[in-house]
Design a protein around this ligand. Structure first.
Ligand code: ASP
Length: 421
């Protein structure tokens, strides 16, 4: 059976069993089963992912930013790609954050007050490190790490963002330094291999996912009862709505104003690519199809499309960025963790960076979600809740990821033509 079907079955089984047994949640045998058997299964899975997060995020960002900043003979194209990528990702995350704050999918059920008290103690411990506790000026200064190794050590206690900033600067510097060299630098290959190895470990962890999803979802449903079900549906709806707005509103405006193309015609020409991205849930696997479409159907010059689409398949993931913002705030609502304005800004920043540092493979964004949750003091177990429906959301967000790459390629091509005329 395909892994994502196993996950859906684990989600449904965990939900049904947990909801059915919810009225008996305080029975000692159930407490024992939940604490001493199911919780450890979930924890082992989560730790397998946690352990690769630091090397994975650093290597992915260094490689992603290196590719964006390299621009040997492509100075202008690279700069425009970088600019449009950041612009599109920012809009995407803002749409997501606005929707999740308006719809509030995680608030549609009330957590029991005893659970809330237990939850609060857990959250307070992490909140000590949270950015919100400091004045804004200090928080901004601390985005720049004094010692990246120290940030790496404390990445899971709230210093991930400064480590990400370090990786960003490092990637740019590596690109600038190697521009004079004829070959790709050794460091680039090292980071690439480090990243590939980390992804392999995530693959191992995913083998445990069906059991872990059952365990995590069962425990949550046992705690929360049936209300969680409605919340999950509303959450999925919020993500899909956000993706549709970015696809049909933001991209239409960008295509019309910057690329000077008819959005409708553009979308029609990309239909096959969308289907491919939806089916594979992988930007990387869709790359050959997007390259072909860009050149044959959209008439984007190959020197532009090859660069923008190749880099974009890893470094421009608007759908992923939007999804990460919504997911973190949704789980904050579920666990009743109040995020201050400062923390929400941090979610926006990290989601944008996450869009750059996520692998273009199915489920590539999950390790990043864990970091964001940890950073905000939201229990990482929350991941179990969304894993069961993640495959569907992954298919949807990947379609936007790939669509965004094509839109940016068209914008870069369009602005070149505009500059010449
Ligand atoms: N599956 C996505 C992609 O390939 C990445 C993710 O959001 O998990 O674009």
């Amino acid at each position: 059976m395909k892994p994502h079907f196993q996950l859906i079955i684990a989600l449904i089984a965990g939900l049904l069993a947990g909801i059915t047994l919810h009225p008996h949640a305080q029975d000692p045998w159930l407490q024992n089963l939940s604490t001493h058997f199911l919780a450890p299964v979930g924890q082992i899975f989560l730790r397998m992912i946690f352990m690769v997060v630091v090397p994975m995020v650093v290597s992915a960002l260094v490689v992603g930013v290196y590719e964006l900043g390299r621009g040997q003979n492509l100075g202008k194209i690279a700069r425009r790609t970088l600019l449009y990528t950041v612009l599109a990702s920012t809009v995407s995350v803002l749409i997501g954050i606005t929707l999740v704050n308006t719809i509030q999918p995680g608030k549609s059920f009330q957590m029991d007050s005893s659970l809330l008290a237990a939850q609060n103690t857990q959250v307070q411990a992490v909140e000590k490190n949270a950015l919100a506790a400091k004045p804004l000026s200090q928080a901004v200064v601390e985005l720049i790490p004094k010692n990246p190794l120290d940030s790496a050590l404390h990445a899971l206690d709230g210093e991930m963002i400064s480590l990400m900033i370090f990786a960003l600067i490092f990637g740019l510097a590596l690109a600038a330094y190697s521009r004079k060299e004829s070959e790709k630098p050794l460091l680039h290959s090292l980071f690439e291999q480090l990243f590939a190895t980390c992804m392999k470990i995530v693959e191992y962890a995913m083998k445990l996912a069906p059991a872990a999803v059952f365990a995590l979802v069962f425990n949550s449903a046992l705690k929360f009862g049936a209300g969680i079900f409605a919340s999950l549906l509303l959450y999925a709806g919020t993500v899909v709505l956000g993706l549709l707005i970015q696809q049909f509103v933001t991209y239409s405006i960008l295509l019309k104003t910057v690329a000077r193309r008819s959005p409708l015609e553009f979308f029609k020409n990309c239909r096959e690519v969308y289907l491919y991205a939806f089916a594979t849930a992988s930007s990387n696997a869709t790359l050959p199809k997007s390259l072909e479409t860009a050149e044959t159907k959209l008439g984007i010059p190959s020197r532009i499309s090859r660069f923008v689409l190749t880099v974009g398949s890893t470094a421009n993931q608007n759908g992923t960025a939007l999804f990460e913002g919504i997911t973190v705030l949704f789980l904050a609502q579920v666990y009743q963790v109040d995020l201050s304005m400062g923390q929400q800004i941090q979610v926006v920043l990290m989601s944008i960076l996450a869009g750059i540092g996520t692998a273009g493979v199915p489920g590539g964004s999950l390790p990043l979600i864990m970091i964001l949750l940890q950073q905000m003091g939201i229990p990482a177990e929350g991941l179990g809740l969304i894993l069961g429906i993640d495959r569907f959301l992954d298919m949807c967000r990947t379609t936007l990821n790939v669509s965004g790459d094509l839109v940016i390629a068209a914008m870069v091509a369009g602005s070149e033509t505009n500059a010449r005329s």
